[in-house]
Ligand binder design. Structure first.
Ligand SMILES: *Cc1c(COP(=O)(O)O)cnc(C)c1O
Length: 362
């Protein structure tokens, strides 16, 4: 499998250079799409076939398609970065490929092989290479997804599945510089329970996070923090980002992977960078009470959230009906800032890629 296996149908009315420049000047996250989409179709008989690059267009989908009724869907999110030498690179795409395959298994969808996943990205990025931004901390956000498309209301795994890869040029998540966020502790809501789909990147988890996210906003906070569903006591993650706490003794804590937390590629990279720099990273259960007490008595000096879209984001405040505490001085701490810089320096080729994370696509 390689990019050549994706048959290209060029867009008959692709954006002109001028139109593209206008669209890419200040794109709203996820609202500007490139000219093409990569697709492949799966059936039990043929397996994955009909790999193609098509003009970006509305879908034709049977109203009875499985995804519309039973939510049989998984997705991924990663970015392509343009280096100053003009080359285009991906950050640890093999990790996204592995996670998408694992998510697919959980949702009874046919996994896409790593080889095929990477080939689809290479094929699309080649065709839409002009859409990869070359300024500042902009990038091309890649959104692979799988959906069940069989026209049937029967509750069983779809016998027809579509793989699609969309791409969006995006600016820096924080256009006016990094802005620390305030976090609301979810009240009466949980993101995932044991044996559920918390470890899979699937649409339903996001649908279920919107009401608690609204609750956070109603309390003047930016993001919601979920506690575990069993004890309602241990911190898990935000709706779409993992969390860390930096302690005064230099160690860094993050919730351990339990099956209900989405294992972020950024989370894993942060852990590796910290360990490579000689810091102790502890993956453990972290009770909300313990975190709050640590923030109050100064043994926790920084907290941050991390994910592909916003990279590393300082957490300024932790809020619930019972308390409202400021982390450190409410700004970005030294470890948080260092991680953000180190990660983005690797991604944009400004620092040596000692851990071998970047993969050249063009
Ligand atoms: C995607 C996601 C993350 C972050 O994963 P990255 O691979 O770092 O982008 C964290 N939590 C949830 C729930 C997610 O969906």
């Amino acid at each position: 499998m390689s990019a050549e296996d994706y048959a290209v149908t060029p867009h008959p009315q692709a954006a002109t250079a001028e139109e593209r420049a206008g669209l890419m000047a200040a794109p709203v996250f996820g609202e500007v799409f490139t000219d093409h989409v990569a697709r492949a179709t799966w059936t039990p008989d043929a397996g994955w076939s009909n790999r193609r690059i098509e003009p970006f267009a509305d879908l034709s989908l049977h109203p009875g398609a499985t995804v519309l009724h039973y939510g049989q869907q998984v997705f991924e999110g990663l970015k392509a970065y343009r280096w100053s030498d003009g080359s285009i690179r991906l950050f640890r795409p093999e990790a996204n490929a592995a996670r998408m395959a694992a998510s697919a298994v959980r949702l009874s969808l046919p996994p896409v092989s790593e080889e095929d996943f990477l080939a689809s990205i290479e094929a699309l990025v080649r065709v839409d290479q002009e859409w990869v931004p070359d300024k500042g901390e902009a990038s091309l956000y890649l959104r692979p997804l799988l959906i069940g498309t069989e026209p049937s209301l029967a509750v069983r795994p779809s016998r027809q599945v579509e793989y699609m890869l969309l791409a969006c040029p995006v600016g820096s998540y924080f256009s006016g510089g990094v802005k620390p966020v305030s976090i609301w502790v979810a009240q009466g809501f949980h993101r995932a329970g044991a044996g559920g789909t918390g470890q899979a990147k699937t649409a339903g988890n996001y649908a279920a996070s919107m009401q608690p996210q609204q609750q956070a906003q109603d309390h003047g906070c930016d993001q919601v923090l979920f506690l575990d569903a069993r004890d309602d006591r241990y911190i898990e993650e935000l709706g779409g980002m993992n969390v860390f706490a930096v302690r005064r003794d230099g160690s860094v804590w993050t919730p351990r992977i339990t099956g209900t937390i989405l294992e972020g590629v950024t989370r894993d990279s942060v852990i590796e960078l910290l360990r490579a720099s000689g810091r102790e990273v502890v993956e453990r259960d972290i009770a909300l009470d313990e975190l709050r007490a640590g923030i109050e008595d100064g043994s926790v000096v920084e907290a941050f959230a991390c994910g592909t879209a916003a990279v590393v984001t300082p957490i300024a405040r932790l809020v619930s009906p019972d308390f409202d505490v400021l982390v450190g001085d409410g700004g970005s701490g030294a470890v948080t800032s260092w991680l953000r810089e180190t990660l983005t320096d690797i991604q944009y080729g400004r620092a040596d890629d000692a851990l071998g994370w970047m993969r050249r696509v063009l």
